[in-house]
Design a binder for this molecule. Structure first.
Ligand code: KG4
Ligand code: ZN
Length: 358
């Protein structure tokens, strides 16, 4: 693709604890795009010892890492900054000090390199991760479930790719529910991958076919049958806390607790997503966000969609590397904005930590 007819843009993401940059290329006519580099410098190992992200530490790490990460993204893509059409950056939501590290760097580069900028909402980025390598195959309208550390949102994307939120969490996000439970059980950070490993070990030990028979722990599924498309996960976390307080030997059953806790989250997410797809008569269901890296969620969602719609509704979920925070998703969202001419002068780009989807 690296020929004269190709155009390029770079995406930059620093909203939380990953410093990331990605270059994508697209044809002159702009019909499709391709990821050329996807560089991520993760701070997970640093924040692990504090049991969560420490904003000041995250911002300092972003400042140290951002220029080498951008440099590597350009080098891997085998282009120079002069080839870029635009510089896209996450402007929110996220931790303000983290956002500012990426935004101020991107603005300085846009000024020095004389490039226009594109401001991207982080959640929009997660959503557009689904379009990487799948753009031509996605049949809109779609229901999209975005599940991350900070958000749990059900939205509808219309044929023109316009997004409308139809439901969201009233308290904790699904990823936050994983993270808080892992902290409670003394399992570390981030909670999603650890809880899912313990849950998988439980299934391996008990056997898939014996799960119901051997069940000793039952947690609630808050709001699973509510008439709206909203979610609530804080009651589930409290229910887990009460259960382990009652159970003196809870440490011996930690794998079963993780399994039941994860299954409660998955049951709620699947039920609401299927209900939204029926009610909004869509052609496609998509998953996105860090929690969509979860193997059980991906597999059980695919199975439920196949059973509920007999192949009439398509299902997409981003490749694993595009589920948790990355900059390819920011570049992907920027590709569609560039096509609509939505570029900005560097002076207009600002951090908006509580930015909402529009
Ligand atoms: O999208 P993301 O990387 O960052 C935010 O925008 O928040 O999502 C991070 C969240 C964390 O809460 C983490 O525990 C969760 O995604 N997560 C997972 C898995 N991998 C990451 N949750 C469940 N299963 C996983 N495999
Ligand atoms: Zn995210």
């Amino acid at each position: 693709m690296n020929n004269n007819k190709s155009k390029y843009l770079i995406g930059i993401e620093t909203s939380c604890d990953e410093t990331a940059a990605s270059v994508i290329s697209f044809s002159e006519k702009g019909e499709s795009f391709q990821v050329l580099s996807n560089v991520i410098s993760s701070q997970i190992e640093i924040h692990k010892k504090y049991g969560g992200v420490v904003p000041e530490v995250a911002a300092r790490e972003h400042v140290l890492n951002i220029l080498p990460v951008i440099d590597e993204a350009l080098k891997t893509a085998k282009i120079s900054y002069s080839n870029l059409e635009a510089i896209a950056v996450t402007s929110g939501p996220g931790l303000v000090t983290s956002l500012i590290s990426g935004i101020e760097t991107a603005k300085s580069l846009a000024y020095a390199w004389k490039k226009p900028m594109i401001s991207i909402n982080h959640i929009e980025g997660h959503i557009f991760a689904n379009f990487i390598n799948n753009d031509a195959k996605i049949n809109l309208p779609a229901i999209i479930l975005t599940v991350s550390g900070g958000h749990t949102i059900l939205l509808k994307m219309g044929k023109n790719k316009k997004i409308k939120i139809i439901g969201e969490t009233r308290d904790d996000a699904a990823g936050e529910a994983y993270d808080k439970a892992a902290k409670m059980l003394g399992l570390g950070y981030p909670g999603g991958p650890i809880i899912s490993q313990y849950a998988a070990k439980y299934v391996e030990n008990v056997g898939e076919t014996n799960l119901e028979k051997k069940k000793t722990i039952k947690l609630p599924r808050p709001m699973i049958n509510s008439s709206d498309f909203d979610f609530s996960f804080s009651g589930l976390k409290t229910a887990l806390l009460y259960e382990i307080k009652k159970d003196k030997a809870w440490k011996k059953h930690i794998e079963e607790y993780c399994h039941e806790y994860q299954q409660a989250i998955i049951d709620i997410l699947i039920k609401k997503t299927i209900k939204a797809a029926i009610s909004h008569k869509v052609h496609t269901i998509m998953l996105s966000g860090g929690v969509s890296a979860n193997k059980e969620l991906r597999e059980q969602m695919a199975k439920s969609i196949a059973e509920s719609f007999s192949g009439k509704i398509d299902f997409f979920v981003p490749e694993l590397k595009y589920t948790t925070d990355n900059a390819a998703m920011i570049a992907a969202a920027a590709f569609f904005k560039l096509r609509q001419g939505k570029t900005l002068d560097f002076s207009k780009v600002k951090a908006n930590p509580s930015s909402e989807l529009k």
